[in-house]
Ligand binder design. Structure first.
Ligand SMILES: [Zn+2]
Ligand SMILES: [Zn+2]
Length: 284
């Protein structure tokens, strides 16, 4: 029987997902997965529509610990977070002492001058296009540079295991309306950043969410960028970025095939609490 790919990227109703954590565990068991990881959006020190509050965060940690124990004979439950990086404001390493099994580091906000709140550039196409005009004078190259620079800086955080949705700067670039994704400048900036990620030994996730929600034609990272990851010997993991219990394995088999087509033979995921290699061919 084909094995179910274990997913570590999961959001529950503690942050912006639907359904409680136990429903995700039950769904992952029903799908035949050997493990499931939770990666709630960690608290940030500013107003946010989707991050957990400090109070909710403590409840989340307790809840995941309880589920770990309750389902220990059926599935390995891993307690993680998706942590934001925003220069001089919040870093994944501040959660170092929370006894987590893993941390996904992601860029969801960018610092912009003279603004009290950071720019939540991926929340909607309108917020993106208005911000690009207002904060960047429509200089998309500057924005691309800033985005990858922030990602590279984040990778110096020791507690980060996985870099989330690596090239999400293209989230609203449907039909290349802002830039050409085969453009030399863009790929060079991505590669510069990936070199730092590689030196810092971080894992890149193949994130299927955009694809299965039909918000994007491609996975993160996109094909050209995944080939650069392979060239730089960067390890990968496969993530559904689930926001509802039924999504715990969405498009992961397709992601495994995609990884194989880029030259990968294995992916990393947690086994007995440590990142281990899993053979892709056993999951397609
Ligand atoms: Zn994210
Ligand atoms: Zn996420």
């Amino acid at each position: 029987m084909q094995k179910t790919i274990p997913n570590l990227h999961t959001h529950t109703n503690y942050c912006d997902g639907k359904g409680n954590a136990e429903e995700y565990v039950i769904s992952a068991i029903e799908k035949g997965s050997s493990s499931i990881g939770f990666s709630g959006h960690a608290p940030v020190p500013f107003k946010s529509g989707w991050n957990m509050t400090n109070e909710n965060f403590e409840k989340y940690l307790q809840d995941i610990d309880n589920l770990k124990y309750k389902y220990q004979n059926k599935i390995s439950v891993y307690k993680g977070i998706e942590a934001d990086y925003l220069k001089n404001t919040v870093e994944p390493d501040i959660f170092f002492d929370k006894n987590l099994d893993f941390i996904i580091g992601s860029i969801h906000y960018l610092k912009v001058p003279e603004q009290v709140l950071p720019w939540d550039f991926i929340i909607s196409p309108i917020v993106f296009s208005k911000g690009l005009e207002k904060f960047y004078n429509n200089d998309i190259k500057k924005l691309i540079s800033d985005y990858f620079e922030a990602t590279a800086e984040m990778s110096f955080n020791k507690s980060v295991d996985i870099i989330g949705h690596f090239n999400q700067i293209n989230k609203f670039n449907f039909g290349n309306i802002y830039f050409n994704e085969n453009d030399k400048f863009y790929l060079a900036k991505a590669e510069e950043c990936l070199k730092v990620i590689s030196e810092n030994n971080k894992i890149i996730e193949i994130n299927t969410r955009g694809k299965f929600r039909k918000l994007s034609d491609t996975f993160y990272p996109s094909e050209e960028i995944l080939k650069i990851c392979k060239k730089l010997n960067i390890e990968i993991t496969l993530s559904a970025d689930a926001h509802s219990p039924k999504e715990t394995d969405s498009y992961l088999t397709e992601a495994a095939k995609y990884a194989i087509s880029a030259g990968y033979t294995d992916f990393l995921s947690l086994k007995e609490g440590k990142f281990e290699k899993f053979l892709l061919k056993e999951y397609i």
